[in-house]
Design a protein around this ligand. Structure first.
Ligand SMILES: C[S@@+](CC[C@H](N)C(=O)[O-])C[C@H]1O[C@@H](n2cnc3c(N)ncnc32)[C@H](O)[C@@H]1O
Length: 256
């Protein structure tokens, strides 16, 4: 007597094993996609909590003095040339270390950040300047500044521009709040390692200069700085009078 293994009626043996194979492949793909999405969500969380809207213990520790950012603070401070008469605006002030350095030039300052925890840190760091009325901190989005027209003589934003989803609106707001001839310095990244790069707005030198030009700035100058020239430091001015630029502008790009 011969004995045969039964198989589902109407289905040839090859079809059964190929269905099993496809189910296994499907499961493997789902697991890979799941792992990929988990990796992506994890990267998003780290970048959000540490950089985009810093919060939590690690962020508070990092921004207490923001050591890795101090070269950028120094370069920006040198570029903006603050003095005792200046009224500075900082956009995305983080833990307030740059503000402390800027205030030591004798200027007064106002700053915005959308992270409550960073504002608390900056407030502790600069408590005497706040008490003496030389510094105000505001919780606000960079694209809607809570200040009147022409309030500032200088503006700076460091390691924050790459997070602004609407750079045109931010540059227009800074322009509005600057007095005639007010200057702006932006320190931002031209390149970044993955997975950071995919989550930032990175611009070529030309694109960055064009953004400032379109927002009405003049005397635009850009130089590369930082490790492997990965950062951009761009400076510009609001025209002395509304008509003075007359559609013309001067701009230059310098290598590190
Ligand atoms: C990478 S941190 C840099 C902080 C500080 N400038 C420094 O270099 O250490 C970016 C800062 O910009 C703030 N920021 C990002 N997007 C913002 C927005 N749309 N409006 C206001 N603040 C923003 C974040 O909350 C954070 O404090």
């Amino acid at each position: 007597m011969t004995c045969r293994r039964s198989r589902p009626e109407g289905k040839p043996a090859s079809s059964v094993s190929s269905a099993g194979k496809w189910a296994a492949i499907g499961t493997a793909i789902a697991a890979l996609v799941g792992a990929w999405q988990f990796r992506d969500r994890f990267a998003d969380r780290i970048i959000d909590n540490l950089f985009r809207r810093p919060g939590g213990r690690v962020a508070r520790w990092f921004y207490r003095d923001a050591k890795p950012h101090q070269d950028a603070f120094q370069a920006t401070l040198a570029a903006i040339e603050l003095g005792g008469e200046d009224r500075l605006l900082e956009v995305g002030s983080g833990g307030g270390t740059f503000l402390a350095w800027a205030l030591s030039t004798g200027c007064t300052a106002k700053a915005v950040d959308h992270s409550t925890e960073m504002l608390a840190l900056a407030s502790r760091r600069n408590s005497s300047a706040i008490a003496s009325g030389r510094l105000e901190l505001h919780e606000s989005d960079a694209a809607t500044l809570p200040f009147p027209d022409g309030e500032f003589t200088a503006a700076a934003t460091i390691n924050a521009f790459f997070f602004f989803d609407n750079p045109h609106a931010v540059l227009a707001e800074v322009h509005r709040t600057l007095a005639p001839s007010g200057r702006i310095a932006i320190h931002t990244l031209a390149t970044a390692p993955r997975p950071l790069s995919g989550r930032l707005h990175l611009y070529s030198d030309e694109e960055l200069m064009r953004l400032l030009e379109e927002a009405g700035y003049e005397r635009i100058a850009l130089r590369r700085t930082g490790p492997a020239a990965s950062a951009q430091l761009i400076t510009a001015r609001k025209p002395a009078a509304p008509s003075s630029s007359n559609g013309r502008f001067r701009r230059s790009i310098r290598s590190p």
